[in-house]
Design a protein around this ligand. Structure first.
Ligand code: HEC
Ligand code: HEC
Ligand code: HEC
Length: 411
């Protein structure tokens, strides 16, 4: 992803000022707007409500979000009277986050993650409102959504909401610790991790059986982040999760692309005790044991190994264990062992960049291989890596790689 430097720097400044005011856990002693700023950060309002690629002003909206149904543009959250939230009352704002309706009572598309924000109590939402009202008003009209009829009519969302949206409050589980409950609140509410990491039904609603077991978005794959036994990140310690979310590095891998943005705008600014809570909660989620997959063809594995040694081993090491905190381990890579290889194939075709953060500002990148390796060669190297890894995952076909190459060429 290419991001213009100027907007990126502007947002870094905003993010940094945000972090400065919220360094300790004494949330209650902060002014309402500081609390709102912290909650807005935890919810990553800025990530979606800024036209990141187009160099837009933070919170002024206009970012196009690619959904399976069409492109939906985010709204202007600055207090501009004409195009932003200038005329919105607290009540109207609460209804937007809690019920998913705009100030005219029309339904919002669930590309705005109100199915998660609905868990937030009124005083948290009020604090966010108070913070947003302190922003400099910016006059910016969001483009019209690019949706086919009848989805282009807001009323079409009514049926979806009746089936899939529940206006619920967070209820703590009394059998679990306060830390676990805080973690679950953050994951399911403000931080809306499931918006990307939970598999979706064909109607774009969370599939409960796929809760945090991996989901597709904008042709990326957000992997299984369950940390208990057999979970996608069972081999991560709680401290690895905290490091990944706070520093943008860990001994396993670093956040990239959309997850890079989440870390950049949101999680790197969270209090350590909130990150500990998220990790504690994720570590409690188990999965059933995986089924054994087909053994790949030996000739393909050998060809794949040769391609690996020529092109990849210099960084990821001969045995695939990588270099801690610098080059991801491929031996125990959760993404590489996943059924959906979109993220992995995109990384190999287009290259990758570990997100620079305040804690780890160095740029670490992987070069693109689209020009160098054919679809068949990439499929072979993946087939080799998947059977050489800790999880024995099945072979990959050249057509899977070809589909992604065609998608990227159309971009
Ligand atoms: C995953 C992306 C995403 C995140 C995160 C997100 N929003 Fe949105 N938001 C959208 C989109 C897209 C729309 C436009 C929806 C529509 O037009 O129906 C929207 C619409 C809104 C609206 C309605 C504005 C209007 O003029 O109708 C409000 C209010 C809003 N968001 C507030 C927030 C706040 C506050 C946060 C953080 C707590 C937030 N959003 C986080 C994507 C997001
Ligand atoms: C906007 C979508 C999005 C949201 C929201 C999101 N993620 Fe991610 N996440 C991704 C994608 C895409 C990847 C794969 C790319 C990467 O690893 O950087 C990923 C990767 C990860 C990984 C690395 C897993 C691995 O095995 O490599 C972890 C851990 C993670 N996310 C945790 C979280 C947590 C915790 C939250 C909520 C606080 C969250 N994510 C919210 C999209 C998202
Ligand atoms: C110049 C060094 C370099 C080379 C060469 C390289 N990579 Fe990478 N690779 C990286 C970096 C940097 C990342 C991103 C994040 C990290 O390492 O923590 C990465 C990430 C990955 C990931 C994501 C793993 C995960 O779990 O997050 C895969 C898969 C991958 N590389 C495969 C390959 C393959 C296959 C090749 C050879 C065709 C290759 N890489 C060549 C540096 C490199």
């Amino acid at each position: 992803m290419t991001r213009p430097g100027s907007i990126f720097t502007a947002m870094a400044i905003i993010a940094a000022t945000g972090a400065a005011g919220v360094a300790t856990a004494q949330e209650l002693s902060y002014s309402q707007t500081e609390r709102g700023r912290y909650l807005a950060t935890a919810s990553d309002c800025i990530g979606c409500h800024t036209d990141v690629e187009g160099g837009g002003v933070p919170f002024a909206g206009g970012r196009g979000l690619e959904t399976p149904f069409g492109i939906i543009y985010s709204a202007n959250l600055t207090p501009d009277l004409e195009t932003g939230l200038g005329k919105w009352t607290r009540e109207e704002f609460y209804r937007a986050l809690n019920e998913g309706v705009n100030r005219h009572g029309q339904h919002l598309y669930p590309a705005m993650p109100y199915p998660y924000f609905t868990l937030m109590p009124r005083d948290d939402v009020d604090a966010i409102y108070d913070y947003l009202q302190t922003l400099e008003p910016v006059h910016a009209e969001a483009p019209e959504h690019e949706l086919p009829f009848p989805l282009s009519i807001r009323q079409s969302v009514a049926g979806w909401k009746m089936l899939y949206f529940e206006d619920k409050q967070f209820v703590a589980d009394p059998d679990q610790s306060a830390e676990w409950n805080r973690g679950r609140y953050l994951v399911d509410g403000p931080a809306h991790c499931g918006a990307c990491h939970t598999g979706k039904t064909m109607f774009g609603a969370d599939d409960e059986d796929e809760y945090l077991r991996g989901g597709a978005l904008e042709n990326w794959f957000a992997p299984n982040i369950r940390g208990g036994e057999n979970g996608g990140i069972a081999h991560w310690e709680a401290t690895d999760i905290v490091e990944f979310l706070r520093d943008g590095r860990s001994r396993h891998t670093a956040p990239m692309q959309r997850m890079g943005e989440v870390v950049y705008f949101s999680t790197q600014h969270l209090h350590d005790d909130d990150l500990d809570a998220i990790a504690t909660y994720l570590k409690s989620l188990q999965d059933p044991a995986r089924e054994a997959s087909d053994r790949p063809d030996e000739a393909r594995v050998e060809t794949g190994a040769a391609i690996y040694f020529d092109n990849c081993a210099a960084c990821h090491a001969a045995d695939g264990t990588g270099v801690s905190h610098i080059f991801a381990s491929l031996k125990d890579s959760n993404k590489l062992a996943s059924e959906d290889l979109s993220t992995v194939i995109r990384i190999i075709l287009g290259g990758a960049r570990a997100e620079p953060t305040e804690a780890a500002p160095a740029m670490i990148a992987m070069p693109p291989f689209a020009w160098k390796l054919t679809d068949g060669q990439i499929a072979d190297v993946l087939t080799y890596l998947r059977q050489a890894g800790d999880v024995k995952a099945g072979p990959v076909s050249a057509s899977t790689v070809a589909d992604m190459r065609a998608y990227l060429q159309d971009q």
